[in-house]
Design a protein around this ligand. Structure first.
Ligand SMILES: [Fe+2]
Length: 456
């Protein structure tokens, strides 16, 4: 796993519990690259007190200490709801395998030898912090009709840093889901009111909850039973009795698989987006290759439109649509014959009718690309007029989609200010004057007002 967020964004708060003053000081020095937010305690009793009154991200504790040793302190920390989520690393001298396993049983997140190098110590701390930070972001719903099992599983998961909610049966779980959607559900199989399989089935048919992994716990280890559970939508199962370590490992695995799935989906969308952008680029190229005089026009409209959208505090999806809509608003000109599109003199009525087809042609080309759905209204309606005398649909006022009205204003501005084969571009002042005169008839007055404020 990469660097944990806690380290990248905020200094972790660490408690060092150690009876030797010189070792305490040396440890603090060795951790200075990770954090300077360090408190110290000289035995387990003081450590416990401090852990209760501060919100530590990690505790680094010696084992042998007077008054209260590290193991006893650790057990106390894990008994307390408030402190059991704080990961604790035990520091040892020459502990035997047996001692080490006692430490893990008491709830240690890791064991580090006192003789280890600073790099090794830092690596262990970083790993523990990162895992704990990842777990802390996950909420797990534990469903079991036995209060004892609920409490036991809840305590075990909380020790590993997870947020836990509980429910007494499937029906109860479905009610709790609405308030607090978990990242994972651990459910008993046999329960009154609604059992684990029924819960699974119900979740899988609800689009909101279908993606939540469900881990079934059952004393039944028959193959056919397990196969049936998986078929009904269980992601994995644990055969009772199991120990907490097994449970936590399974939970972490399921959550990372889910993370992988989300990650892959994001990558797929990103690929689709890149392809779409390449399509757009080639469409614009095709358009501008023909009509050298409007080269750069689409790019400028895109920049003005998105700038104005931001100025009007529109949501980010709209800004994105304005960026692409601006680039593609005149795409339909691809379908207009050269002798009309590139004509130098005045257009005849027929030729003008021909040009007026470009919004519909553009929209027709783009409607086959699903991810461009949001920009279709811009392409189709950027030549509508608020007085209903525009084209292609003679929409009026607010019937014209806002993004199309907005693009209409900046399109007009750029057409006036840029050079044409038959005339030089007009000045900004003249353009703004023309635009303000067109406000309320050709152009949307709110958009004009916002544009004046934006461009000044
Ligand atoms: Fe146009």
């Amino acid at each position: 796993m990469s660097m944990p967020q806690t380290i990248a964004t905020k200094m972790p708060k660490i408690l060092i519990v150690e009876d030797s003053l010189s070792i305490r000081k040396t440890l603090a020095l060795r951790l200075k690259d990770i954090t300077t937010d360090i408190k110290m305690a000289n035995d387990g009793l003081v450590g416990l007190k401090m852990a209760n009154s501060h919100n530590f991200d990690l505790i680094l504790s010696d084992v042998d200490m007077p008054n209260m040793d590290g193991l006893e302190m650790l057990r106390e920390l894990k008994r307390n709801k408030q402190t059991r989520g704080v990961p604790t690393i035990l520091l040892s001298f020459m502990e035997s395998k047996h001692d080490i396993s006692i430490g893990y049983e008491a709830g240690a997140a890791a064991y580090v030898k006192k003789t280890s190098t600073t790099e090794e110590l830092k690596k262990a701390i970083t790993e523990v912090l990162s895992k704990n930070a990842a777990n802390r972001k996950s909420t797990i719903l534990v469903v079991d009709d036995s209060l004892t099992i609920r409490r036991m599983v809840e305590a075990g998961l909380a020790k590993a840093g997870f947020q836990v909610i509980t429910a007494a049966n499937g029906r109860d779980a479905l009610t709790k889901l609405v308030k607090d959607t978990p990242d994972l559900i651990i459910s008993d199989l046999d329960m009154p009111v609604m059992n684990g399989i029924e819960l699974c089935k119900s979740l899988r048919t609800d689009a909101h909850y279908a993606a939540i992994p469900v881990l079934i716990m059952s004393a039944n280890s028959e193959r056919s039973m397990i196969r049936n559970m998986i078929e009904q939508g269980a992601s994995s199962y644990l055969v009772k009795p199991f120990n907490m370590e097994q449970l936590v490992i399974t939970v972490e695995k399921l959550l990372s698989e889910q993370f992988q799935m989300i990650f892959q989906e994001r990558e797929r969308l990103e690929r689709e987006r890149t392809m779409m952008l390449a399509t757009i680029a080639s469409l614009i190229q095709a358009l501008e290759a023909r009509d050298a005089y409007t080269r750069g026009h689409s790019e400028r409209v895109s920049q003005y439109a998105s700038g104005l959208g931001k100025h009007m505090n529109l949501p980010s999806q709209d800004i994105e649509a304005l960026v692409m809509g601006g680039k593609l608003h005149d795409l339909g000109k691809i379908g207009i014959p050269d002798n009309v599109l590139l004509k130098n003199g005045k257009l005849t009525n027929d030729e003008y009718q021909n040009i007026m087809r470009h919004p519909v042609i553009g929209a027709d080309i783009l409607k086959s690309i699903p991810s461009l759905k949001r920009i279709l209204p811009i392409v189709l309606h950027h030549h509508e007029r608020v007085d209903g005398r525009g084209y292609p649909d003679q929409l009026k006022g607010a019937q014209i989609p806002l993004l199309a009205r907005l693009t209409g204003v900046v399109d007009t501005y750029d057409a006036i200010t840029s050079d044409r084969p038959y005339r030089k571009g007009l000045s900004k002042e003249i353009a703004l004057d023309i635009i303000s005169k067109a406000s309320g008839t050709q152009l949307c007055s709110e958009c004009v007002e916002a544009f004046m404020d934006y461009i000044k």
